[in-house]
Write a protein that binds this ligand. Sequence first.
Ligand code: 4FN
Length: 249
Amino acid sequence: MRIDVITLFPELVEQVIEYGVVGRAAEQDLLELHCWNPRDYTRDRHRTVDDRPYGGGPGMLMKVQPLQDAIAAVRQHSAEARLVYLSPQGQLLNQQKLERQVALGSVIFLCGRYEGIDERLIQREVDEEWSLGDYVISGGELAAMVCIDAMTRLIPGALGHEASARQDSFSDGLLDCPHYTRPQEYLGDRVPGVLMNGNHREIETWREQQALGRTWQRRPDLLESIELDARQRALLDEYIAEFEKTRKR
Ligand code: 4FN
């Protein structure tokens, strides 16, 4: 899979292939990352990449011509790729959107800086707008790096066998169950007994029930987009009944 990134900070974005899962995927040529700096497409002596907003006001915008030329240059290599602008106006990103994009193949990420880019450029060039969440950040680069990490994990062969199995369990759309490691007793708190008894069927059921219950308690919005089977429904009902009981005491 090829990912192109248009950014004023290519050295920042390229860091993402220096470490961990993404690093190994790049080494194995499962991921090909290319950065394009609009500054390399400027035509003035000062290599200007920002410009003033019409209508006045504080802040600058990204200058149109260098961006336009950088986009044209990427398009020569990735003609068919989707161009995604990372911006707070975008659709909130989730695992499903990332899965779809990986299935489609190559993508070009456009990273904003300053106050963003000219609206006409968005209309002409941008296929999709994605947002990581509702907070102010300084540029789209960290958002692009999150997308690159999350997408790489979905490339077949990028994860080892064990991590791949874990990934599959994430894609059921539920939150994770709680996890425990040594010591068995930490500041007087003991590890749940079920995890110590070696009965793997029972452990699996407990974990699934915890995942369902915690999703119900902390992210009920996630449950609405999942179809629970009868067994899961029963496990969740039992969790809820137990919760209501201990709440009254
Ligand atoms: N951010 C908000 C409202 C208005 C502006 C911002 C903001 C970087 C170029 C965009 C932000 C958030 C999630 C990219 C935020 C994202 C960005 C993202 C982003 C510089 C202009 C800017 C109401 C969300 C707080 C700066 C809300 N996911 N402007 O952050 O690029 O991808």
